[in-house]
Structures are given as C-alpha cells and as structure tokens.
Design a protein around this ligand. Structure first.
Ligand SMILES: [Zn+2]
Length: 287
C-alpha cells in the first residue's frame, strides 16, 4: 500500500531536485500504478491471444528480482523476455566498466531467476559505443534499442551495428519506431482510437517496404483500461493484410534463415514493451 507521508517527502525531494517536468511524470506514474501490474498484463494478454500476436518484454533485472510472482506470470506467457539492464539508468553517464558491470549483473540475475533470454535493449534506448561493444561481448543474439537512433529508426530492415574494429556486430538489430506509448499518450494525449490509427499508418508504411516494424508500448500505459483497446483495430488490420506478428527471436531466426517473413507475409511487426517497474515504489527508487 502507498504510504502518504513517504510519498509527500519524495514529492518534495523531486520538486527540489528535478523541477516540475519530472514531478508531473511522477504524478502520472502514481496514477498508472494504481492498477496492479498483474491486471495490466492480463488485459494485454487477452487482446493479443485473440489475434495470436507475439510480444517481447524487455525487463529490468533488479525489478524482476523483487517481484518473483510477476516474473513467473510473464514466463507463463507464449511471449519473450529480454534484458533491459540491471538498473534503469542512462548508460551514457556510465564508464565502460560500469556498463559492463550492469549488464553482467543483469545476465546473472536472469540466470538465477531462470528467465530465458536472447536479446537486449538498453534503458531509455540510450547507447554509447561501449554499449554496442558490450552487447557483442556478452553474445546477445539481437538488440532492439540501437535501432532507435535517428539514422536507423525510420528504416524497415534488420541490420548489424558497426563495431570499433571496423566490423559489423554478429548480433542483429531492429529499427525502433518513434511512435511509442510515452509520446502518444503522455506527450500528445492521444486517445486509444488515435493510437490505433497511428499504429496502422506505420504498419501501412512498413508494408510498402516489405519490411519490419517495431513498437515500444510499455505495459504500464498499454495495459490501462482506457488504452488497451488501441490494439484491436491495429490487430484487425494486421490480420487483414496477412502481417506476421511474432516475438523478436522468432522474427530474427526466420529472417536469418530465409531472408523473408513467414507465410510470405508482406510485413513483420514486432510488439515490444519495456517493464521498468512493477510498482510505483520501484519507480521512485530510480531517483
Ligand atoms: Zn525502459
């Protein structure tokens, strides 16, 4: 349960430290987390399963450790979990050694919790060249955050990241579409209907390129009652055009073998959603 005096002292601290923008975001998060995470995940599952769509959840390892029952729930789904750092911190502020330590601890935690993983997305999609090298060092099969860089995000093809030694990464990367739930909901205040339309228009574009399209739709927003219905018109449309919606590993594996999409689908769409926190207190611990 939420402890009010603790909340008030935190709010004072945040206002003093980071100003009103971060304070507004904290209030929003407080409201979103009024709904138990289990319920958010269930709502998303109910819609996805009706359309046999896949989903990939990048998960912060230190958060996973604190909520073992929710981790078991995630593991029970026919979806995929990826590593989203040990702590949700901006890697650009960390040295190579600090980033290495964070990724190492995340991997160790995933192994301890017996969470299978193939891929990585850095917190905040925030990479330095060191991060790109470390994804190679730790032998991830794919990365789904480098593709958010402006030079990649508008593309619709799977690519490999340039390494310091002049070679390309052995892991695959996927472009990450700019229309995330944060921008559509918190920034542009879109309704579920408008979000559905936006997702469809991006899918149409990717289809014209016979390419791949990936969204980051955080369950903390997507799973809210007023937003989850945005998936229905999108998935209806995807079904109509024979789009393929697998997990990231399924897509990458198939692409590497066949250089096309399963069932000759005209487009591959990857739904992903980071889990940074399971509760509001997880969110506050970031500061
Ligand atoms: Zn995140």
């Amino acid at each position: 349960m939420v402890n009010i005096s603790r909340l008030l002292s935190w709010s004072k601290h945040l206002r003093a430290r980071r100003g009103s923008k971060i304070f507004r975001q904290t209030v929003r998060m407080f409201h979103y987390h009024m709904q138990p995470f289990q319920l958010l995940l269930t709502r998303i599952y109910e819609v996805l399963s009706e359309y046999e769509a896949g989903f990939t959840y990048p998960l912060v390892a230190s958060t996973a450790k604190k909520h073992l029952r929710l981790v078991e729930m995630l593991k029970s789904y026919p979806y995929e979990i990826a590593i989203h750092g040990y702590k949700h911190v901006r890697y650009q502020h960390l040295t190579y050694q600090q980033q290495d330590r964070d990724i190492f601890k995340a991997i160790r935690t995933f192994k301890e919790l017996k969470i299978p993983y193939n891929g990585f997305r850095a917190p905040y999609d925030n990479y330095t060249q060191d991060t790109i090298e470390l994804v190679e060092k730790y032998k991830f099969k794919w990365d789904i955050g480098i593709g958010y860089r402006p030079e990649y995000r508008k593309n619709n093809t799977i690519f490999n990241a340039p390494l310091q030694n002049g070679k390309l990464s052995s892991y695959n990367c996927v472009p990450l579409n700019v229309w995330s739930d944060d921008s559509m909901i918190d920034r542009y205040k879109m309704s579920a209907k408008q979000i559905g339309k936006t997702l469809i228009s991006q899918l149409k574009h990717a289809k014209s390129k016979q390419g791949v399209l990936m969204f980051d739709l955080h369950p903390i927003r997507l799973g809210q009652k007023q937003y989850v219905s945005c998936l229905i018109p999108f998935l209806e449309y995807a079904q109509k055009i024979n789009a393929w919606l697998p997990t990231v590993s399924e897509a990458i594996e198939y692409w590497n073998k066949h250089q096309k999409w399963k069932h000759d689908a005209p487009v591959c769409c990857l739904l992903t959603g980071d889990i940074d926190n399971f509760t509001f207190w997880d969110y506050l611990r970031r500061f």
